[in-house]
Design a protein around this ligand. Sequence first.
Ligand SMILES: NC(=O)c1ccc[n+]([C@@H]2O[C@H](COP(=O)([O-])OP(=O)(O)OC[C@H]3O[C@@H](n4cnc5c(N)ncnc54)[C@H](OP(=O)(O)O)[C@@H]3O)[C@@H](O)[C@H]2O)c1
Ligand SMILES: [Zn+2]
Ligand SMILES: [Zn+2]
Length: 358
Amino acid sequence: MSTSFRAIGVIDYKDWLNPKEFSYEPQELRDNDVEVKIEACGICGSDIHAACGDFGEPYAPIAVGHEIVGKVTARGPNARFQIGDRVGVGAQCDACNSCKRCRNGNQNNCKHQVYTYGAIYKETGKPAQGGYASHVRVNSQFAFKIPESMDSNDVAPLLCGGITAFRPMLTYGVKKGTKVGINGIGGIGHMAILFAKALGAEVTAISRNDKKKELAVSLGADHYIATDEENFATKYEDSLDLLVNTASSFSETAVDSVLNLLAPYGQMIFITAPPMTDTLTLSPFQMLLNNISVGGSLIGSPKDIEYMLEVAAKNNIKPMIETIDISEANVKTAWERMVKGDVKFRFVLTGYDKYFGN
Ligand SMILES: NC(=O)c1ccc[n+]([C@@H]2O[C@H](COP(=O)([O-])OP(=O)(O)OC[C@H]3O[C@@H](n4cnc5c(N)ncnc54)[C@H](OP(=O)(O)O)[C@@H]3O)[C@@H](O)[C@H]2O)c1
Ligand SMILES: [Zn+2]
Ligand SMILES: [Zn+2]
């Protein structure tokens, strides 16, 4: 068991695109905790928002990364895994387990939860550090057994992106024939196409232009809408039951036009976590005249994540990934390319043993 972990992250938010290595003293290993030696970590859109200060500047240095896969190297006496087990960790690493939300199984909405990065452990005042690091320590309730058949690099993006894409479909009750639209075909959007198809939905990929058409169709999308096409909102009106908005911002989304794609009683659920200063403007009349609703969705509970992994394993769901070995220079490159939208569709950091040692 180590008392110091190595990580790569933001030292100064003003210079966020120059991530650097640092060491930190982890949270003490509590009775239910596991320590995980990391082997792969996906790069989520939230990593970029958090690193550049879109979500505020909670502390520095900060290591982001919450699509983690690795092996258990230490455990508290009551942890639910053994040394050597391969587990995944998503965007949440702890919850209070005593509030009404936790008792109802909605730990992902616990107001006392600890996110895998960007949050402080109340008991110790220590900042949580994410998966661009040699190890991570988490409450084992938020670590998940990875199905044998799944490769660590392929499964990593599912730990945040996969569950986030899948959860609104569970809430809506997507089944064979449900008309599901996915707006924003990035890391999470492309996984949303895969999950919606696995549930039997008729899927429409919606993107700001037609550049991703071929790829979206190759992922299984039945239809494609480019929102720079004039009159798309009337041409395709009433074509969707559920619209999952996975864009990283609303700044280039014509919300009124996209909502026009919903049939009466349709729902738009956004998972978009835009910069904190962004607001969303909605027309009440558009909602009431069409009986449509708009809501949000945050990751998923531990039970949801376990179910998502089961569905992914059964349907052989594999995100489209580009692996890149972890180093200061490569994290910089990956982040710069993410900002430009130059990745199909998820980076996964690999080569942890090479960089951090065995
Ligand atoms: N709710 C949750 O629990 C949760 C969990 C994880 C992540 N998130 C959030 O989900 C969002 C997407 O994450 P991701 O990993 O999929 O990011 P991503 O890979 O960067 O993809 C985002 C997509 O959004 C679209 N987009 C980019 N800039 C835009 C703009 N200015 N206006 C409108 N659309 C834009 C692009 O799609 P097109 O080119 O196809 O238009 C892009 O591919 C982020 O905001 C992230 O923080 C939320
Ligand atoms: Zn994420
Ligand atoms: Zn709670």
